[in-house]
Design a protein. Structure first.
Length: 96
C-alpha cells in the first residue's frame, strides 16, 4: 500500500511546524528584567543549567567581558551568570 503524496507532504509540514515552534520557544527572549551585569532594562533571558534565568542586556552581550573585543561565545559561570566572550578568551578560559 502506497502513501499518497498529499499525505507525505502533510506529515512533513506538521513535523516542520512543530520543529519551528520548539526552536522559537527555546530562543532567548526580551524581558523587562534588569541585566545581571549593569542593571539596564530590557534584557534577554537565558536559561541556566539549573533552570534558573540569567538576564543580560544587548549592550553587555556585544563585547567580551574580559578584553572588550566583539563577543562571539557565551558560557555560564560558576555564579550562574551568562558571560559573553571572544573566541580567544573563551579558549583561554576553557583550555581549548
Amino acid at each position: 500500500m502506497k502513501m499518497s503524496a498529499k499525505l507525505i507532504v502533510g506529515v512533513v509540514g506538521v513535523i516542520l511546524a512543530i520543529a519551528v515552534l520548539v526552536v522559537i520557544l527555546k530562543m532567548p527572549h526580551t524581558v523587562n528584567e534588569p541585566c545581571d551585569w549593569c542593571d539596564k532594562r530590557p534584557s534577554i533571558a537565558y536559561e541556566n543549567s539549573d533552570g534558573e534565568k540569567a538576564y543580560v542586556c544587548k549592550e553587555c552581550s556585544k563585547y567580551c567581558m574580559l578584553c572588550d573585543e566583539k563577543a562571539t561565545k557565551h558560557y555560564e559561570n560558576m555564579a550562574g551568570m551568562m558571560v559573553f566572550v571572544c573566541d580567544d578568551c573563551y579558549e583561554a578560559v576553557h583550555g581549548e
